[in-house]
Design a protein around this ligand. Structure first.
Ligand SMILES: *[C@@H]1O[C@H](CO)[C@@H](O)[C@H](O)[C@H]1NC(C)=O
Length: 439
């Protein structure tokens, strides 16, 4: 649009080109009005042919749109995003539920698009992000297919059909900062892997000013120093490790108030590292961020809720007697009174939790940690990426931390990739509500 306005002569030239074409098509050399009247005459003579042609064209358009709609197998949303997906730097054809049922892996769970580049790299990140490794905190292949089957059974098709090109328009031109504890680091890793075909597979250190990423490191976010991955069109995904609100204030707020833009995004969670003053510190942090955003350039803040743990205790938390790995991970509540062995809750197809036993009502509210933080966030108007409900059934997807199985962290790909999908949904919703800038 802008270039057209700036250069009217080129546009007029284009117009002339059209007229010349009509003139040279052999219907006579006359210009303007006489050409129009010839056209009208011929229309009157041949109107039946035109009508037949028009109806055929309509039928063809209808047929094409129907078949592309069917291919999407999804909601209207998918159609709406389509034109944006066309501008995606990597091509990810949508998988159908039929293909997934027959064994094609969803992109979030290790599926590769045809013609992918980084998937052929021997780089550790390239290998890790395809989720076929043994060790490295990865799920085994059987676990991955088992999880896909769980999603199929619950008709959670959106996560199975998600493509990185759905997320791309929401990230393009922004920096997405993650900050938090080791769970948030897993979240960042899952986001990095979702977008790994867009990157140079490198990890760029973030200096104290937060402005200049570099130098480039091989490897991964298991460098815990602050750093970023770089995507096309001035897009970055960064991680700054912080286990407390105090750390976020010193490490993140300082940096970002110097180097970030209003369109950038900051996703926080340090929910497992609790203290007596947790609530007050969190409230203070949130108010500080809102203030900075009102005054100048500071990212849009999102809170991610805290995922459930699956230790052998009533609500799955790390037991008082501090056992050491290897540990047994269990379905929350199931082995406890009353009726040991019976499920105490179910996750329904609409992603809500139904509690079956009265004493387990806290589970429907996200556990005590999320009850507290959700309240802080809703009072401050901060959106929450809600992952608790869908993570609750994933007790079979914890990982060996090198000393044996523990029941806090999850193997890749399982829960952290679900969180990426939830982040996508939250951002899409925020954009529909015009709470985050659109481009
Ligand atoms: C989680 O489950 C609770 C209880 O049924 C429900 O109120 C809440 O909306 C659910 N959260 C999501 C994100 O679906």
């Amino acid at each position: 649009m802008a270039s057209r306005a700036r250069n009217p002569s080129a546009w007029a030239g284009n117009h002339e080109f059209l007229i010349t074409r009509v003139e040279s098509s052999g219907r006579g050399g006359s210009r303007g009005t006489s050409m129009l009247s010839r056209l009208l005459q011929s229309t009157r003579k041949h109107w039946k042919n035109y009508a037949v042609g028009f109806v055929t064209l309509l039928a063809l358009v209808w047929f094409l749109s129907k078949s592309s709609y069917r291919r999407e197998q999804g909601s209207r949303k998918a159609l709406f995003i389509k034109s944006e997906a066309a501008s995606c730097p990597v091509s990810y054809p949508k998988l159908s539920i039929k293909e997934i049922s027959k064994g094609s892996l969803p992109y979030l769970y290790g599926g590769k698009p045809p013609g992918c580049k980084n998937c052929k790299s021997n780089d550790l990140v390239g290998k890790f992000c395809q989720y076929g490794m043994t060790g490295h905190g990865q799920c085994d292949k059987g676990q991955i297919y088992y999880l896909v089957q769980q999603f199929l059974d619950r008709e959670f098709y959106e996560i199975l059909q998600f493509t990185p090109c759905d997320l791309w328009p929401l990230l393009k031109g922004r920096t997405l900062y993650f900050s938090g504890d080791s769970q948030t680091q897993d979240f960042m890793k899952a986001a990095q892997c979702a977008m790994y075909e867009f990157t140079d597979l490198g990890w760029w250190e973030l200096d104290a000013t937060g402005a200049n990423p570099g130098p480039r490191q091989e490897g991964f976010v298991w460098h815990t120093d602050p750093g970023c991955i770089l995507l096309p069109e001035d897009t970055r995904i960064c991680f700054i490790r912080c286990d407390t609100a105090d750390c976020v204030q010193k490490q993140v707020v300082e940096r970002l108030s110097k180097a970030s833009e209003k369109r950038d995004l900051l996703v926080l969670n340090f929910g497992l590292h609790f203290s007596k003053t947790y609530k007050e510190e969190l409230e203070q942090l949130v108010q500080q961020v809102l203030q900075l955003r009102r005054e100048g350039n500071f990212p849009f803040l999102l809170w991610k809720d805290t995922a459930p743990q699956h230790f052998e205790s009533t609500f799955g938390e790390y037991p008082q007697d501090k056992p050491k790995p290897p540990m047994k991970c269990v379905a929350v509540g199931k082995q406890f009174e009353p009726d040991p062995g019976e499920d105490k809750w179910i996750l329904k197809k609409d992603h809500s939790i139904e509690v079956l036993y009265k004493d387990f009502e806290d589970i429907a509210a996200g556990g005590w940690r999320n009850k507290l933080t959700n309240e802080v966030m809703s009072q401050a108007g901060i959106p929450v990426v809600s992952t608790w409900n869908d993570t609750l059934p994933l007790w079979e997807f914890h990982r060996d931390n090198g000393h044996g199985l523990e029941c806090t962290h999850f193997c890749h790909p399982s829960a952290p990739q679900l969180w990426v999908y939830r982040l996508y949904e939250t951002l899409a919703q925020l954009r529909r509500e015009k709470q985050i800038e659109t481009f």
